[in-house]
Structure formats: structure tokens, C-alpha cells
Design a protein. Structure first.
Length: 64
């Protein structure tokens, strides 16, 4: 549970930094994502999900 809270906190920090330091870049990225076909968005989502799950697994494995 602690690992999940650390991960959620890290996500919030990164998202907050992007919104605070480069809000127009965030808008550009959102426009780009919306312009993609649904299948491409789904693929990106699954890749992000896989990368996140592997990162959490690796952190738990390294941490003991």
C-alpha cells in the first residue's frame, strides 16, 4: 500500500510541475492526443499501463 501511495504522490508531483511550469505545453499535448485515432490512444494507454505496472513491480522487488 505504501508503494502505491508513493507512486500516486510521484504522479501528482510530475503532473503539477508540468501544469505549473508549462501549461501551454500541456494543452498542446492534450490537443495532440485528441487528434490521434482511438486505436492509437488505446495502444498508448496500454503501453503506459504496462510501463507503470513494471515500474511499481521493479520498485517493490528492489525495495524488498
Amino acid at each position: 500500500m505504501a508503494l502505491a501511495l508513493y507512486a500516486l504522490g510521484a504522479i501528482c508531483i510530475v503532473e503539477g510541475l508540468v501544469l505549473a511550469l508549462a501549461p501551454s505545453l500541456y494543452e498542446d499535448i492534450l490537443r495532440w492526443i485528441v487528434s490521434l485515432p482511438h486505436e492509437a490512444r488505446r495502444t498508448i494507454g496500454f503501453l503506459a499501463l504496462t510501463a507503470g505496472a513494471l515500474s511499481l513491480w521493479a520498485a517493490a522487488w528492489i525495495g524488498g
